[in-house]
Design a protein around this ligand. Sequence first.
Ligand code: ACO
Ligand SMILES: O=CC(=O)O
Ligand code: MG
Length: 525
Amino acid sequence: MERIQERLQYEKSEILTDDAAAFLEKLHERFEEKRKSLLQLREELQKEFDQGKKPTFLEETKAIREGDWTIAPIPKDLQDRRVEITGPAGDPKMVINAFNSGAKVFMADFEDANAPTFANTIQGQRNLRDAIRRTLQFTAPNGKVYQLKDEMATLLVRPRGWHMVEKHFLIDGEPISASLFDFGLFFYHNAKELIKRGSGPYFYLPKLENAKEARLWNDVFVFAQEELGIPQGTIKATVLIETITAAFEADEILYELKEHSAGLNCGRWDYIFSTIKKFRKHPDFILPDRSQVTMEVPFMRAYTLYVAKTCHKRNAPAIGGMAAQIPVKNDEVANASAFEKVRKDKEREVKDGFDGSWVAHPGLVPVAKEVFDQYMPQPNQIVRKRDDIEITAEQLVEVPEGDITESGLRTNISVGIQYIEAWLMGKGAVPLYNLMEDAATAEISRAQVWQWIRHPKGILSDGRKVTFELVEQMIEEELEKIKQEIGAERFEQGRFEEATALFRELIEQEEFIEFLTIPGYEKLD
Ligand SMILES: CC(=O)SCCNC(=O)CCNC(=O)[C@H](O)C(C)(C)COP(=O)(O)OP(=O)(O)OC[C@H]1O[C@@H](n2cnc3c(N)ncnc32)[C@H](O)[C@@H]1OP(=O)(O)O
Ligand SMILES: O=CC(=O)O
Ligand SMILES: [Mg+2]
């Protein structure tokens, strides 16, 4: 077996130990072929979407949707998930702050919020290993010491999606699946320790496109538990419903994972991205400015209500999504407005039936908690079945009204380039213009520009057609603005040239690039 040099560099981290590496190799041998065949299925289905197909509820799984079954009981420390904070796993200060934030759950992210440099990925594993053992500490350059409090949030870990590989760990010359790498290392080092401490190995599973992909995760769990001699059903996983195709198989996904399920979550940003991506060639499907695709537009309402209803029918928790607002420094009015937007977002979710929701920043934990405490005094509202809700396939794909504006196009260009630059610099989540931006939100930005250029209805509200030439002119102008905003020094020292080149590649390639993180990863360490 060939393993690669970087491993030596991290030997001291005690993460890529021989035993852990052997476990990863077993996962790879057993599941790599299936992973590849499922990715192939995605491509085949896309060809059908490109011909005009729309997703439907599957005839062959009708019995599952109509059947009377529930998921296995939820462990005690996942009963009350009213506020979940998320953040990149690789930053030790943020990890400590998140555990201490007062949120019930901390979703430690190897995915949307993490730029997957090998250093970030391995550091993330170290941070979590040490946090679980209560030994994680961090001293900031200003001397401030960060330590874990006695009362910590329950940990859920989000490995990367099935489409990514970890290029620093080769098996017979082939990179291992990033999902198996992130999951495998975390599980191997921590599953028994977590159980000993009264919790368990809990996960968030991102970017699944269908129930077959959930079944693969379930198979991985069964195998992993067997290998470590841990009782079957100990692993619990919440699946993000963040692709349009997965929404149509929400029931089936819960069913596949039912012994290991901890419900579903509405990953709204990737969900929007997924609709643009899947229907990119549909003449009737085009979205307005990103800022107009709110949670109130009919197809987003339909999706979230459908997820809430489906979860409760199966005794599963339904977890809401991420409002992009974060606290605004030095501007009280903008700050109050950001908090108000988050409050409204959480109010809608709790009233719809969600059992908890995400926040991006510790400063937002109290507001989300206050809303859930008010409307959900009990640990969760799973007993509240939403039989009153009926959602049709048509509602899930209803095209929203709205405008494409010059300002919306410019924001997509500017935010897209700035996010990619930050990501190439090793930061997977960044504040831009008072909003949290991560891989999912950046995907929307670049996908919209790609679509608006090609779609006959990609016309600005002032009548101009969005063209390559117009976008090219705006790229130059937006780069100049960015330089003014951040200063020439930061601009020169950054990776804006590469980020702009990648942004151009993403919008110029006729064949839509599935994820920006795939070509991006080639440029990352
Ligand atoms: C689409 C999706 O997948 S959403 C989920 C994935 N996205 C995320 O997880 C984004 C999470 N949020 C973040 O990464 C951050 O909030 C950012 C990057 C948006 C903003 O971070 P900052 O610029 O550091 O914010 P700010 O300066 O206000 O932070 C204040 C303090 O809160 C901490 N903090 C901010 N966000 C978080 C967080 N999510 N978790 C833990 N601590 C946090 C900072 O580390 C800082 O700590 P300090 O005072 O001890 O130094
Ligand atoms: O992962 C969450 C999302 O909104 O995307
Ligand atoms: Mg996502």
